[in-house]
Design a protein around this ligand. Structure first.
Ligand SMILES: NC(=O)c1ccc[n+]([C@@H]2O[C@H](COP(=O)([O-])OP(=O)(O)OC[C@H]3O[C@@H](n4cnc5c(N)ncnc54)[C@H](O)[C@@H]3O)[C@@H](O)[C@H]2O)c1
Length: 350
């Protein structure tokens, strides 16, 4: 075993947890020393698939001491994140928490404070920031190839995985919000959102989020767990080109050389054009490019970032502040949804 091996405990191993667990087990600098999950079926599953990993039902700090854990990965439902993470950090251990980091920005701030006062790494599982396609899209946007970014439209739809503890905005939109903050290198300043609940009272199944960014960029996010089709798509419209990231397609990223060019009226005459407005604008529909992307499993990259941040003693790409930014947007979304879609200011970053 490598000298700089980190002893890790995972809490929660339901739907998403097994993916996390596989990547922890496969990392050469990690020793997964135990799993904690309240569901007895998880114990049986782990016994069958990973017989050497001890499993316990209930979290307590003595158990972490007993396993000599240096870090903890939390993959439990969102409403449990804060209570677990604050204990982990306060006990002087590093912590990777699944998204959303916590249920309120106050909780996020308390986690950030606990981590910094103990010199620990706090990281949130915004997995898409470790996705090769998202990273390539960000590189393309930053290169200026799409021109000035006008707006974005994100859809994350499917039938199912209906949650009882949080609504669809808190469950699915953290992905798109964190992706957009990363792609645009900026946080939204205002949001307006509508959510509708059909299956459970007060828990929205479908939500439409409008995000305004400080430089005029606009984004619309549509999330639903009540839709016949699985759609995971983000469209970015720029002044020069447009990009479509389709996470369920084989070719995940497509760049369209499409746009609207302004002609210079001073150098031309009206001629056959119907009116002056038509005369000034010309639609452009050029070629399509599909960038070659060397795809790595995002969770593998995410787990590696956690370990590297610990060993290099530096903030992770998706650190506590990154988690807080997304939670602030989600808080504003909930406030807007409770006020019939009123435009709500997002609290400024720290
Ligand atoms: N990054 C991603 O792409 C992604 C995808 C899916 C889910 N998630 C996140 O992962 C987390 C878990 O989601 P899920 O869909 O796996 O949920 P889940 O309900 O399927 O699994 C959660 C597991 O945690 C266990 N658990 C609950 N409370 C516990 C506690 N206090 N102590 C110990 N165990 C406890 C449950 O028994 C269950 O096995 C959520 O935060 C979710 O948002 C992330």
């Amino acid at each position: 075993m490598a000298e700089n091996t980190v002893r890790i405990v995972q809490i929660g191993c339901g739907y998403w947890g097994p993916n996390v667990l596989r990547n922890l087990v496969n990392h050469s600098n990690i020793e997964l020393v135990g799993v904690i999950d309240t569901d007895p079926q998880v114990k049986n599953w782990i016994k069958e698939h990973y017989p050497d990993i001890p499993v316990q039902a209930n979290f307590d700090l003595d158990l972490l001491d007993h396993w000599q854990a240096q870090a903890v990965v939390i993959a439990t439902p969102a409403h449990t994140h804060y209570d677990l993470a604050i204990q982990v950090l306060s006990s002087g251990r590093h912590c990777l928490v699944e998204k959303p980091l916590a249920r309120t920005s106050k909780e996020c701030e308390a986690l950030i404070k606990a981590a910094s006062s103990n010199g620990q790494i706090l990281m949130v599982g915004h997995t898409f920031l470790y996705n090769s396609v998202v990273r390539e899209l960000r590189r393309i946007i930053k290169s200026g190839d799409l021109g000035e970014i006008y707006y974005s439209h994100a859809q994350r739809l499917n039938l199912g995985r209906i949650r009882k503890d949080i609504d669809v905005a808190w469950n699915l939109a953290p992905h798109d919000i964190s992706i957009l903050i990363y792609l645009f290198d900026n946080s939204p300043v205002r949001v307006a959102a509508r959510g509708v609940s059909f299956i459970q009272k007060q828990i929205a199944d479908v939500a439409f989020l409008e995000l305004e960014f400080p430089d005029g960029k606009y984004a619309l996010i549509h999330v639903s767990w009540l839709d016949p089709q699985k759609i995971r798509r983000i469209t970015i419209v720029g002044s020069e080109k447009m990009a479509v990231y389709d996470d369920v397609a084989e070719k995940k990223l497509t760049i369209y050389d499409k746009g609207v060019d302004r002609m210079h009226p001073e150098n031309a005459t009206l001629g056959d054009f119907d009116d002056f407005g038509t005369f000034q604008l010309r639609l452009r529909a050029g070629g399509i490019t599909i960038p070659q992307i060397n795809f790595l499993e995002p969770l593998k990259v995410e787990v590696a970032e956690f370990i590297n941040a610990i060993s290099e003693n530096r903030p992770a790409l998706t650190d506590g502040t990154n988690g807080l930014l997304t939670v602030r947007v989600l808080e504003a979304v909930s406030k807007s949804m409770a006020n019939n879609g009123k435009l709500i200011e997002v609290l400024a970053p720290l």
